[in-house]
Design a protein around this ligand. Structure first.
Ligand SMILES: Nc1ncnc2c1ncn2[C@@H]1O[C@H](COP(=O)(O)OP(=O)(O)OP(=O)(O)O)[C@@H](O)[C@H]1O
Ligand SMILES: [Mg+2]
Length: 300
């Protein structure tokens, strides 16, 4: 179920296929599997056409099919990808999908051509792929809302991350510039570099740690945002030595219950990594005081 597959299938789809996919999407607001009569209604096509399209979309592996207790269809990730890609292409944010930049546990990220042939990164959320971790990660923001499909949770995650990126970018935090979001997909600035975790040596580890903490401070004090899943895997170092912080769908607002505990954990993860790998020592309390604005300087 790769987005590359969706990008190539998408080109073979006709407008009637999209209308049926959209009909199934609408129907899924009230059905887990959408019966044919509802798809006919929502797609505004005649039943014969809908039957033909459903069979075709099922063979292309863009829909799930269930025959009991009644015949019904549901989108899968590939079908959902096609709807998002189509919307982003139509609105001019996406021209062509390229190569994978990172296949994460809960998302696939690709490079792509965006507006005017500019290179961008496109993140396809894939919640539920590894259910153990997804449950933990999404709990904070989808608690107490009953059953929700993974597609819906992925859309929610994309909306949340896009919102966080907008606020963080405005506050001057080093995050990818957000460009567009549709359904479970985000288009953002592409960051050339590698995850901090991939480095065995960096020229100035203290300066890098300081830059990370300065950005967390800005996120906290200006955007009122705590990352909540920070580690060496979500910090990218560019070839020029500067850093970017990525992967924000599980962020918390700083007044959220427990946000300070997450901030402590985030900073603890980073300090532990720098201590272990680069022998840079900094007390958690000093780092926390700096990030939360209780002190103006860092003693490293
Ligand atoms: N804007 C970007 N520019 C370049 N590469 C990116 C960008 N965003 C993400 N990536 C790459 O894709 C990988 C996965 O992205 P991200 O961490 O946001 O998703 P994830 O699914 O949460 O990953 P994981 O679950 O493994 O932490 C990143 O580690 C990074 O290598
Ligand atoms: Mg990540």
């Amino acid at each position: 179920m790769s987005a590359e597959e969706a990008a190539s299938l998408y080109k073979r789809l006709e407008s009637e296929d999209f209308r049926v996919l959209l009909g199934v999407e609408l129907g899924m607001m009230s059905h887990e599997f959408v019966p044919i009569n509802a798809i006919v209604k929502y797609s505004n096509l005649i039943e014969e056409e809908v039957d033909f399209r459903l069979r075709r979309l099922h063979v292309l592996n863009l829909l799930k099919r269930r025959s009991k207790p009644f015949l019904g269809f549901a989108l899968n990730y590939l079908g959902y990808d096609c709807l998002a890609i189509n919307a982003l292409v139509k609105s001019g944010y996406l021209e062509a999908l390229g190569k994978p930049l990172g296949i994460g546990k809960e998302s696939d990220v690709y490079d792509a051509l965006g507006i005017g042939g500019m290179e961008v990164a496109v993140k396809f959320m894939r919640l539920g792929r590894i259910s153990f971790r997804s449950t933990r990660r999404t709990r904070a923001y989808v608690a107490n809302r009953g059953h929700m499909s993974w597609l819906y949770q992925s859309r929610l995650a994309a909306e949340r991350e896009f919102q966080a990126l907008k606020e963080l970018h405005k506050a001057g935090v080093a995050v990818p510039r957000p460009i567009a979001q549709n359904r479970h997909v985000i288009v953002m600035e592409i960051i050339r570099g590698a995850e901090l975790a991939d480095y065995y040596e960096i020229p100035k580890p203290k300066a890098v740690l300081r830059e990370i903490l300065r950005n967390l401070r800005k996120a906290y004090l200006k955007a009122h945002i705590v990352h909540s899943d920070l580690s060496e895997f979500n910090v990218i170092i560019k070839p020029d030595g500067h850093i970017f912080i990525i992967d924000w769908p599980q962020y918390l607002k700083k007044d959220h219950l427990g946000a300070d505990e997450y901030l402590k954990k985030d900073i603890g993860n980073i300090l532990r990594f720098f201590r272990r790998k680069f022998k840079v020592k900094l007390e958690l309390k000093d780092a926390l005081d700096f990030v939360m604005g209780f002190s103006k300087t860092l003693k490293i």
